[in-house]
Design a protein around this ligand. Sequence first.
Ligand code: EPZ
Length: 424
Amino acid sequence: MDKLVIRGGRRLSGTVTASGSKNSSLPIIASTLLSGAGTFTLHHIPDLKDIKTFTQLLNHLGAETSLANNTLRVSTGKVQSMLAPYELVKKMRASIYVLGPLLARFGHARVSLPGGCAFGPRPIDLHLMAMEKLGAKITIETGFIDATAPEGRLRGAHITFPISSVGATGNALMAAALAEGTTTISNAAAEPEIETLCNFLAAMGATIRGIGTTELEIEGSASLSPVEFNNVFDRIEAGTLLAAAAITGGEVTVKGVEPEQLKSVLKKFQHAGCSIETTLDSVTLKSGKSLIPTDITAKPYPAFPTDMQAQWIALMTQAEGTSHITDKIYHERFNHIPELNRLGANIEIRKNQAVVHGPKLLSGTKVMSTDLRASASLVLAGLVAEGTTEVLRVYHLDRGYEKIEVKLRTLGADISREQYKEFG
Ligand code: EPZ
């Protein structure tokens, strides 16, 4: 098993380029199931565990995939299975993204229920509601979702989501793209990853109005075509790298990212005393003399993203005072806090709010990753902790960050990846 060994205290500086976005790659790769008419060529696809898991699932369905130099080639002409097995869905909840496209193209899908994850239950009721609105008949038995389109093809519908859901919006979009007639989606997720998915479906020939907003309208097509497409860069990885600059008192430029996609995070860095300069496709963060305690509330886009909440908590351990971090999306996404407190932080959890008392000198020790963004927050803390921090079980980190230790070393961090054995 791998761990990251970090000797803290280095100020980070320099320029690094973000990898392709994980959370836009996944629905884009799922959308290749909508057309078996040839080969898709997808650029800026990050080489991550979650991508590997997803392409494994597509291969299991009968698709052909190959990933080289961040270009993924996919053809789904030979897909003949509609079954997404438990073993793969359990590894990655986003496997549920095959539900919409399989149902839309083949009129049937059988997908294992994804279950929960490290930070609480992850329901899929909104995904199922959207499919039923589009005419699917859904039964749940022996841990599987069994969905069929009675007339063989889904029908356009009006879908209103009671809460904003990235995944359910993605599934509804993919299913509606091949449905008969027009579908409107109200209270759609407007995250950049959904905007990118809409752009991808439009490139395949879908007609979508309202792209980038929470009100979408999709004209169903009889068929869609394979395309070559450039994925966007990962705004959460970029935000994490900027946080690495801020927590070490450094100055870092992250290239590739569109500043607009990180607007709420950049504003909070400025409130915290950092200076931010942007171009069309880069952000430069210059640390201030000290970090000002800055409250955040994680909500749907364009508010501060929940995927940056753990990283922000790590940063605020160094702020000159107390800050309040509230997560309105995942009320229990705080597994990183006990581990940060083992490094010497002083953080309390009050329901869905973390109260961070800074500044606290952190001292390196062994800490355990529990989920993707929790592990990122432990790496950030290790960069500023005195002595050596060992972040264990970095397979969590590898799900969403491509060679993060290489990027951080480029910026001057003393960080290396080492193998280790766990007891028992
Ligand atoms: C996506 O997950 C992201 N994953 C998550 O990133 C991200 O944290 C989340 O969106 C919120 O932005 C991918 O894109 C692969 P949701 P998703 O449906 O789609 C509730 C990471 O770190 N809900 O927007 O699963 C749900 O419980 C990952 O990269 C329902 O109630 O999230 C949550 O409270 C972690 N019923 C809220 O909606 C449903 O059917 C938002 O969830 C679906 C969701």
